[in-house]
Ligand binder design. Sequence first.
Ligand SMILES: Cc1cc2nc3c(=O)[nH]c(=O)nc-3n(C[C@H](O)[C@H](O)[C@H](O)COP(=O)(O)OP(=O)(O)OC[C@H]3O[C@@H](n4cnc5c(N)ncnc54)[C@H](O)[C@@H]3O)c2cc1C
Ligand SMILES: *[C@@H]1O[C@H](CO)[C@@H](O)[C@H](O)[C@H]1NC(C)=O
Ligand SMILES: *[C@@H]1O[C@H](CO)[C@@H](O)[C@H](O)[C@H]1NC(C)=O
Ligand SMILES: *[C@@H]1O[C@H](CO)[C@@H](O)[C@H](O)[C@H]1NC(C)=O
Ligand SMILES: *[C@@H]1O[C@H](CO)[C@@H](O)[C@H](O)[C@H]1NC(C)=O
Ligand SMILES: *[C@@H]1O[C@H](CO)[C@@H](O)[C@H](O)[C@H]1NC(C)=O
Ligand SMILES: *[C@@H]1O[C@H](CO)[C@@H](O)[C@H](O)[C@H]1NC(C)=O
Length: 642
Amino acid sequence: MSLLKIGFVSLAALVGATEQLGSIKRQTTQLRSSYDFVIVGAGTSGLTIADRLSQALPSKTVLVVEYGKVENCPGPFDPPTNWLEPADSASRWVFNSLPSTEMKNKTAFVTVGQVVGGSSCINGMFFDRGSRFDYDAWTDAGGPELAGSDVKWDWKGLFPYFKKSVKFTKPSPSVAQKYGYTWDESAYGGSTDINSSYPLFQWADQPVLRDGWEEMGIKPVKECAGGDKEGICWVPASQNPVTGRRSHAGLGHYANVLPRSNYDLLVNHQAIRVVYPKGPQSGAPILEVLSRGDGTKFNITAKAEVIISAGALHTPAILQRSGIGPAAFLRDAGIPLVLDLPGVGSNLQDHSGPPVNFNYTNPPDFFPSPAAMLNATFKADAIAGFNETPARGPYTLSLGNSAIYVSLPHMNPQYATIIAKIRNAVSSGAAASYLPTEYRSLPAMVSGYNAQLLTLADLLSNPQAPNLESPWATSHISPATTVWSFLLHPLSRGTVRLNLTSPLSQPLLDYRMGSNPIDFDLHTTGLRFLRRLLDTPTMKKYGATEVSPGAAIAGDDAALVEYVKDQIILSFQHPCCTAPMLPKGRGGVVGADLKVHGARGLRVADMSVAPLLVGSHTSATAYAIGEKAADIIVKEWKKPGH
Ligand SMILES: Cc1cc2nc3c(=O)[nH]c(=O)nc-3n(C[C@H](O)[C@H](O)[C@H](O)COP(=O)(O)OP(=O)(O)OC[C@H]3O[C@@H](n4cnc5c(N)ncnc54)[C@H](O)[C@@H]3O)c2cc1C
Ligand SMILES: *[C@@H]1O[C@H](CO)[C@@H](O)[C@H](O)[C@H]1NC(C)=O
Ligand SMILES: *[C@@H]1O[C@H](CO)[C@@H](O)[C@H](O)[C@H]1NC(C)=O
Ligand SMILES: *[C@@H]1O[C@H](CO)[C@@H](O)[C@H](O)[C@H]1NC(C)=O
Ligand SMILES: *[C@@H]1O[C@H](CO)[C@@H](O)[C@H](O)[C@H]1NC(C)=O
Ligand SMILES: *[C@@H]1O[C@H](CO)[C@@H](O)[C@H](O)[C@H]1NC(C)=O
Ligand SMILES: *[C@@H]1O[C@H](CO)[C@@H](O)[C@H](O)[C@H]1NC(C)=O
């Protein structure tokens, strides 16, 4: 009964109205003979672009090709809250990475959305932005070519698109007062349909951790989305402020903007590759797609451009199948070389980190705390509340709404030693040996990596640039007695490569976590800092006792590194950076205009173009990338002569 209800509610939530389902294309026979713009992937960035292009260029046609379906996308924190095995596994891909040898052969468990809305449809709804320094670092890592480009991707260049990409609704005075929410509307101002708002529910023990954080000397920040966020943050949710439901790209940039006669969406089709019959300079490529229904292949003609927005894990796979990638790999794969771009599928980054676990000998006795979910009556009411309109109760919280973001200098007075190690690794040439073997002899890849490390050395020295995030993610089934130490700016780099025994199936992820050993200094710094929480008067009052890493190994660096290797979670679901916006001479795949180096009529726009991982969860950045990409494309096609 409740399952049926959930299914029904999600269906209605996604498509808005049943007639809009009718506009979905399910077979290539339903398509027009050609389109001006063909976008691969109906995800966070891709649908933002499709909406903006079809709106701004009404005489041009836009097609989005999506691998997944449109009907349903339950979130990982929706009831019954079993995010390892969600109610609807068909709305996502599951990846198990290759083992990371430096992390005791641990594999990363990574999921991404496989549905209209992409990962915005299945994520934790934690809706934050990186700090200004994170985006300034993108331009720094690109050197003069990016800094001197007309289009700027630093904070100043991106902030207007962050603003444009969401509509923030402030909480009512009573809710704001009840929970202590703070904000500054000057960080927002968009009129888009993608909502950012604060939930109407918080657990009663929510203030405990915030008090502890303040006692650690971490300062509350009034608004963390305006570029400056070192401190304690309230983080809004990507949530409809009226209904309390998920606000995602499938709604805000598709269902809610229909009908629009120049905007088509083809579901259940896999983009295999782009094909340039006359070479990569011959104009927009053909997009070859495969029907997941009947297994037939079909070529779609794009008159203007193909834009690949398949996300950080699939975008490089599509490029590699197209013969755009590292020459040596493509040769071994037997794929004819179209463009030698070794950066395709390089530079894989993600947030990772170990936990600090504790227990309370004198637990705070607030009602309701997450422990209330063990009470069957309370839990049943929480599930019922989630399915009401407006939704109410614990499940509207999703991942949670608070976090601390702390810089390296604020965590570790000896931080300069770590910075010196990073710089020495570059000057001694050791850094190159941390790259995958196939890249060590490629000057562009080495110089690009060195430039990234020098940029990160500056970033990490900045007391205003966070390098640790610890979200207070309440577990819905037990008291929150774990805090995670996310490393925001990792130094190690991984790869994404086609699986050569099955090139159409999911690519292989090799995270190579810990391959740059200085990451262990950053991890242990985060751990040492975070465990100090338990020494605060608030936590002591409740008898907080560290269970792990545990007092026994507190002072011992080697033991703490072992602990990291044993306990680390390799992916917090933020893979990025695998088709980086960097000059070709620095291992880049796209330029500041997002065009693939050396190709015509082909761009990439999604989390894969970020050169460096940002210090935040990634959906807000994916929306901003989509907004900025759309603006660049619209401006270009509105120029006289086009
Ligand atoms: C479980 C989970 C929790 C997360 N939690 C948060 C959070 O709380 N807050 C936050 O900000 N971020 C979170 N993220 C991350 C964030 O949602 C993503 O980084 C962001 O949405 C990625 O946007 P994108 O446009 O790059 O790709 P996506 O939104 O993933 O879109 C890619 C689209 O391309 C499609 N596609 C792929 N290959 C093909 C192909 N060959 N042919 C056709 N279509 C294809 C996919 O099906 C998908 O729809 C989470 C992610 C996950 C998976
Ligand atoms: C990791 O796997 C490799 C290859 O299978 C093996 O040689 C090595 O001993 C493993 N390391 C650990 C710590 O298990
Ligand atoms: C955003 O919230 C408004 C107000 O409730 C709603 O009308 C709109 O549909 C929401 N959009 C999305 C994408 O959730
Ligand atoms: C698509 O076009 C390319 C180049 O002309 C061709 O090689 C390929 O076979 C075509 N695919 C289909 C399904 O028609
Ligand atoms: C269980 O939850 C219900 C509903 O909130 C509440 O009325 C009841 O007191 C709780 N029972 C216990 C033992 O806490
Ligand atoms: C590659 O694909 C094959 C065929 O689907 C599969 O059996 C194999 O497990 C994949 N390889 C890896 C490393 O996942
Ligand atoms: C808390 O953890 C400590 C350390 O592991 C243990 O000795 C103690 O028994 C635990 N206390 C409770 C209440 O679980």
